[in-house]
Design a protein around this ligand. Sequence first.
Ligand SMILES: [Zn+2]
Length: 313
Amino acid sequence: MQLHFLGTSSGSPSLSRNMSATAVSFEKSKSWLLVDCGEATQHQLLKSDLSPYHLSVICISHLHGDHCYGLPGLLASMAMSGRQAPVHLIAPQAVIQFVMSTLAVTQVALPFNLYTMAIEQNDQLICFEFCKVEIITLKHRVPSYGFKVTETDIPRKLRVSQLANDGVESGPHYNLLQKGQDVDFAGRRLLADTYAFPSWQPRVAIICGDNEKPALLSPYCADVDMLVHEATFTHSDLMRVGTHTGHSDAKRVAQFAQQKNVSTLILTHFSVRYHGEGMLDALEQEARAYFQGTLHLAYDSLVVTIPKRLLSE
Ligand SMILES: [Zn+2]
């Protein structure tokens, strides 16, 4: 499972950073997931290993343009490439309205199904074949959300010794148990969860939209491998600019991540004031002063692999 940083700027782009977009790709599936789609995200994709052809789930955190202006263009290009597989869009209702009306006004007919799920009207947990997505309510100037993404397509291994101990001889039912299906064998019901187990611990990442209150993530952090959160400003700059912006500073996020024992924290969504050579140093020093885990300051084209934690019988 990998996180691909396609855009790491806040508000507007610079020559080195585009606006918000983060992709999640998976070990066993070609399908991938996109969180936010700032303007020109499709250009960023051209520079990545990701193909829009396999983009399956799109999550948009909030309706500010730096998080969604790229979506109509990306969908229009996917339409032109002849894509047919369905796409799922999870977003606030207003974002869905923006996308659908832009496509309608510009006369784009999608040749694939776009299944839209308004966050306000949906369950908090949405399951797909390759992952599940849990929606987290954040705090910003407009309703904003985070997405907890858990991989679900993990190869399973048989508990061979337990099968032998229980007198279950090998046969086609081994294959079914390994695939997760319960089977009837010699008058007995064999449960897949008893005789097979996932090869590794499901990997989990939380990718947040804009958020001034990291503490809202508290209930979701216990099993998380990586937390991706905005740090638009340093603490002193945020105090100067004003808390009305609804953003976080590096100190606030780092303190929260430390308190929750998050192992890897990735900061992103940096104000353009920090885009020059060496300008992120202050943000990094501030975060390191409060957070002792693994820290990344994202840049456009950064790819971070979440390592597997293998499970044994
Ligand atoms: Zn933003």
